[in-house]
Design a protein around this ligand. Sequence first.
Ligand code: NAD
Length: 496
Amino acid sequence: MTQDLPHFGMYIDGRNVPAESGEWFETFNPFNGQPWALVAKGSAADVDKAVEAAHRALTAGEWAEMTATKRGALMRRLGDLIAENSQSLSDIEVRDNGKLLAEINGQISYIPQWYYYYGGLADKIEGAVLPIDKPDSFVFLRQEPIGVVAAITPWNSPLFLTTWKLAPALAAGCTVVIKPSEHTSVSVLKLCELIEKAGFPKGVVNVVTGFGNEVGEPLVSHEKVAKIAFTGGEAGGVAVHSAAARSMKSVTLELGGKSPNIIFDDADLEEAVKGAISGIFAASGQTCIAGSRLLVQASIYDRILKRLVEFAGQAKLGDPMELSTQVGPVTTQQQYARVLDYIGIAKDEGAKCALGGGPSTDTDLKDGWFVQPTIFSNVTNTMRIAREEVFGPVLSVIPFETEDDAIRIANDSPYGLAAGVWTSDVRRMLKMSQKLQAGTIWINTYRAGSFMVPFGGVKRSGMGRENGQDAIREFMQTKSVWISTAAETPNPFVMR
Ligand code: NAD
């Protein structure tokens, strides 16, 4: 391990600290496969310190006493600071994650909107006075923060996905312990500098870094954590959900997908091709919403396949820091190997490789984790390449005959995160939006998202929703308060 690399400690109780163990681990730049920084390697002892700090901040002191209006003001200040520091945050994300600077610039400059939106919402969550059927009673409802939140995030959009949890949790008045992916921990540690500068009291936001088994597991089962907001893979989601059940915690799970993107022959075909490309090759396919199953009506199948191959075949692979690059590396070496494995499985299963099908052959990119944009035709929906999440730039193109065929194939999946439909027929738009089993349906667009619009999955893609007004409720709980106005307590042996 190269000790002269920059070191990034954890952020606990308003202080930047090394791990209790004193250990560090390397974080890598996917463009050249080299470590570029060392991150504190946390354990249960660090988790305990962070949760205790969050619990103290929740139950007493400045944050616990703060009005929702003041919380909102702090959040808007944080949004401003992120906007002012967007370039340095973007640079870290590209170095740690390999995502294109062109895309990260857009993501980071959009993040402040979450803090403005939820900051504005913070003092608009109202309780209620209930009409009540019992005489001499006054009943009202309080909306209270649910408690300490564990926010566990994956590597594919580190700050963006952290924000989806952090902004509504802070607006609700919760305190938070963030556990970023072990592959992309640095940007959220930089965010903590801005959180401090914005004036958030110590202990309100904490970050523990390290691995799923060493940091994630003790965090999820900690008795003072009330809510887990998890984004990650299916295996991690199942483990987190089971641990949450054992310790009786509320959970939101944003998991993977195998989303169908469906092109009908009445669509604007050139736009549909662009939508298919953006659905799978943007972010090198490392998005939960990747449109990795492209369902194409048989009458236009050959035409669409030809255009896809032409279009994706011209995509420029390269340094993610260069704004002209269109496809960057895969984020981790492990994921790179996994994507290549899936390409092999697809070939063995009889899918026909129409484009790509291996590592990049560009010698300038030989040190990075680059996979060629890959398109498979002759795919059936029973093949593993059509059923399992690859999380890489690999598209399966599946033919269908009728609208009902498309619905049947699309819904024949364990997942249900998103679906795309390309058509010019309004009746079909409405029918598809009703029949497709997914949390988000895009019609004549793909991969659109906003802080205002709920997002989440059905089936094995998870539960609960992030974004939109309802997301703040995921971090609150209702308390019912009864006040008796009767002069006397009636028979104490009988329920009132
Ligand atoms: P992952 O499940 O391996 O890890 C996610 C996070 O969970 C990491 O911080 C990891 O350290 C932690 N973790 C792992 N096991 C844990 C455990 N037992 N207890 C507590 N924490 C644990 O996922 P990943 O490989 O980092 O990310 C890719 C996955 O995330 C893909 O499946 C992708 O579809 C999914 N994802 C979903 C969404 C969504 O919103 N639905 C968004 C982005 C990514």
